[in-house]
Design a protein around this ligand. Structure first.
Ligand code: NAD
Ligand code: TYD
Length: 343
């Protein structure tokens, strides 16, 4: 792994991964390949472009454009593709699933075809959401997939295609399934940056349903280290879960945000629930721990670090919240009934 193509590298996790990898490995050449959708932002990589100019390049393109992917991997002599590119917000997948299917299904297929033709290693970034609602216990990698949103189903499709290319063509693949990531540069449609930035502006936090859904909020750099561990030490054809291994109710996450910012509970607005909302995800992370990786942050510590980053970096999120985001916010939350207010 000396020459990486990072698809979706201008998004939240991909940009953190790009920075982390270039900082960690002096001999690494890295190309970010990204369509620059509303979620892909060159600001996320401006320090990378400055600090690693000789070892970093950016190509704008769609992963479903097989010819451009093939030309990019060939001209940069890529040996490994790490696929972060996806449409990633569950709520948007409920409003409009089309781009989710195009990118995760057709796009991943195009990348796999390029990897097959050129003999490249392929690592696919997946999610705990492919396991669906986990009523009890924790998901292990061999569990059946039971996705319940268009987003989760599009991701599960990509996982299955990736594994099929390993079995059928012997393609050297690995997959990681991450829990909810939080940290710098996450688009403020996702719950933690949405709630932090709303709270900073004294705008209500729209908590879906009773707020007792369980999520494992992991710090993004822990996830990046996990992906790196699997790239170096993972067994080909295998899947690895990555998370803290502990989940908490959304309301506890909200309490941490409000208390860290010194804001009142009256900002909590309980609103009409998300359709098909998965009440709980839970990951067993023993398999990746056996590679020598471990998370460095608890969910609580990850939330606190994330609050502090958004409080200190409004240069990054204010322009986003003033743009396309306003239209989305009105569509997603404008008609939602408020069912109660925090006391
Ligand atoms: P993000 O929405 O912040 O970034 C996605 C990036 O992909 C953007 O830069 C976007 O421009 C790019 N992209 C979208 N469609 C593309 C296409 N057709 N061709 C090329 N580029 C395209 O998402 P994220 O939160 O950084 O997630 C990255 C990956 O990690 C996704 O595959 C997601 O499913 C997975 N994941 C995310 C989380 C999480 O909590 N955010 C958890 C587990 C797994
Ligand atoms: P989200 O960040 O959308 O991630 P995911 O649904 O992929 O886990 O949401 C995390 C949790 O927060 C999930 O249980 C839904 C809830 N949530 C709210 O309560 N209100 C909101 O406005 C959003 C966006 C999410």
């Amino acid at each position: 792994m000396k020459r990486l193509l990072v698809t979706g590298g201008a998004g939240f996790i991909g940009s953190n991964f790009t920075r982390y990898m270039l900082q960690t490995y002096d001999d690494l050449q890295l190309v970010v390949y990204d369509k620059l959708t509303y979620a892909g932002r060159l600001e996320n990589l401006q320090d990378v472009a400055r600090d690693f100019a000789g070892r970093y390049a950016f190509v704008q393109g769609d992963i479903a454009d097989q010819a451009l992917v093939a030309q990019t991997t060939r001209s940069h002599a890529i040996d490994t593709i790490v696929n972060f590119a996806a449409e990633t917000h569950v709520d948007r997948s409920i409003l409009d699933p089309d781009a989710f299917i195009r990118t995760s299904c057709l796009g991943t297929y195009a990348l796999l075809e390029v990897a097959r033709a050129q003999g490249l290693r392929f690592h696919h970034i997946s999610t705990d959401e492919v396991y669906g609602f986990v009523r009890e216990g924790a998901s292990v990698e061999a569990d059946p997939l039971a996705p319940r949103s268009p987003y989760a189903a599009s991701k599960a499709s990509a996982d299955l295609l990736t594994l099929a290319y390993h079995v059928t063509y012997g393609l050297p693949v690995t997959i990681t399934r991450g829990a909810n990531n939080i940290g710098p540069y996450q688009y403020p449609e996702k719950v933690v940056p949405l709630f932090v930035t709303n709270a900073l502006d004294n705008v209500p936090l729209p908590v879906y349903g009773d707020g007792m859904q369980m999520r494992d909020y992991q710090y993004v750099i822990d996830h990046c280290e996990g992906v790196d561990a699997v790239l170096r030490k993972g067994q080909l054809g295998e899947v690895y879960n990555i998370g803290t291994g502990h989940e908490l109710p959304n309301l506890e996450m909200v309490e941490i945000i409000l208390s860290r910012l010194g804001k009142p509970r009256s900002l909590i607005h309980f609103v009409e629930d998300r359709a098909g909302h998965d009440r709980r995800y839970s990951l067993n992370v023993d398999k990746i721990r056996a590679l020598g990786w471990q998370p460095r942050h608890t969910c609580q510590a990850a939330i606190a670090l994330t609050v502090d980053w958004y409080a200190a970096n409004d240069w990054w999120w204010r322009p986003i919240k003033a743009g396309e985001f306003r239209e989305y916010y009105a569509r997603q939350y404008g008609q939602r009934a408020v069912l109660g207010v925090g006391q």
